[in-house]
Design a protein around this ligand. Sequence first.
Ligand code: TNX
Length: 543
Amino acid sequence: MYREIIMRTFIKFLLVILTTTAILSCTGSATTTDSFRIIPKPSSVKIGKSYFKLNSNTVINYNDSGIDFSAKYLKEILERSSNIEIQLKQESTPEKMSISLLIDPNQEKVDGAYKISVTEELVEVRSSSHSGIFYGIQTLLQLIPPEIMGNNKSLTDISLPTCTILDTPRFQWRGTMLDVARHFFEVEEVKRYIDLISLYKINTLHLHLSDDQGWRIMINSWPNLAIIGGKTEVGGGEGGYYTKNQYREIVKYAQDRFITIVPEIDMPGHTNAILASYPELNPDGIAKKPYTGINVGFSSLDIKNELTYKFVDDVIRELAELTPGKYIHIGGDEAIPQGSGRPGEEIDKTQMKIDYKYFIERVEKIVLSHNKTMIGWDDIESADLHESTIRQIWHLKAKKSKNRAILSPADRAYLDMKYNQKSKRGLVWAGYIDVDKGYNWDPLLDFPNLEQDQILGIEAPLWSETIEDIKDIEYMAFPRLIGYSEIAWSKEEHRNYEDYIHRLATHGRRLDILGVNYYRSELVTWLPRDYQKSKLVKKKTDD
Ligand code: TNX
């Protein structure tokens, strides 16, 4: 036993030394293959022996106005971390010694696919889609030591290794969800989350905009939803809501980074904040008291009241107008539809099921009438759904159905589950999820009941009963979300847990530089946090 502990400690120590040496040797101008720890793993990477070296004559040149943002984004990161100045030029023929971002219809037609080639004279990112160029840039940034993500102009030399990289996403739905209802997060906090998830080619951010504890978006035709329903949150804090302009700002910020915002208004359950805002939506005409606890399954819209459907139509119309993405999420989970719960009526389980089905089918028509595709949690499968409707599945035993699916298995992909007993934040009802459990599952292999072509991809939800600010968000999402990005992007045959955590260790360094409050799982051999200091010491002795 004792020997085993010594042996394990020794191996751990050895790994830290090896990793640190590898990283130390690849900062500055030189690079070793050890630094090519790209996540999510690309389809194919061939690294050469030489470098493309950036200097103040380097131009970023691009051939399509849809790349405007991506080109500026790259320029800004390069200039923030180094003293190199980069010019931007929009023209079709690449100059020598430039970084060229090129829309090229001859590239693979899959949205987001890209090709990178780096020679000593030219860096090229080619794609048939604008998003592909952005993803190519994310990969390029991972070919440079993590200091590239810094903002103190400390890099004196930026070099990219000569290489050819081909990459195509496995799934088109690579998502995460943020519950802004249980706790409210400011626009700047949401933007920070968008910044971080975009580094890993996540393309969907689902915002859970309403729940028992709060309503988070201004709806002009029902303003008290935000004014009254927005005032509370779990624990009794002051809550908040997004004005329409703030919501538009979030949508635009996400869109620039090729992320679609999917708004969710949860109904008919999880609706206490609605019922507290408008007495007339309650069967007895009395407004509910605000709720700041964390129980679920006690509130419901009144299925038999026509005003309920006018309300739903107004909300979805205003939300659809604000949202350029194709989708509106209507929740539908943990409902106890209360045609049966009206005063004087007994709760009848069979009637509840009939009421629920009626409600979902009627709401689906409303969503379709506003030209959006409906998404709902698993529970909606008890209704006769339109073929375009998408189920968001939160358990592995999902039933067969004709509808497409997004996978969010709670015991693998819920970002609000604790990592282990020591975690201060999070819940445990679906079990602990450390980086191994979060990574070791597969969307196609683990859902035998689903047809493969029904699976759109995966989404990792972050419910916020115990999450209060951006630091908590970062802690629960990172590093697990990096693993989900790889599950969603990389082919199963390219994925391997041992190889993944080896690559992840380098990303810890990146997250440190970005100031992310991530969980340093004991399963990963992270670089020491005082790495920067040891580098300085090393430099001094070298001089
Ligand atoms: C389940 S699964 C919920 C949420 C909770 C979450 C906490 C599902 C659709 N709903 O209402 O916030 O668990 O982990």
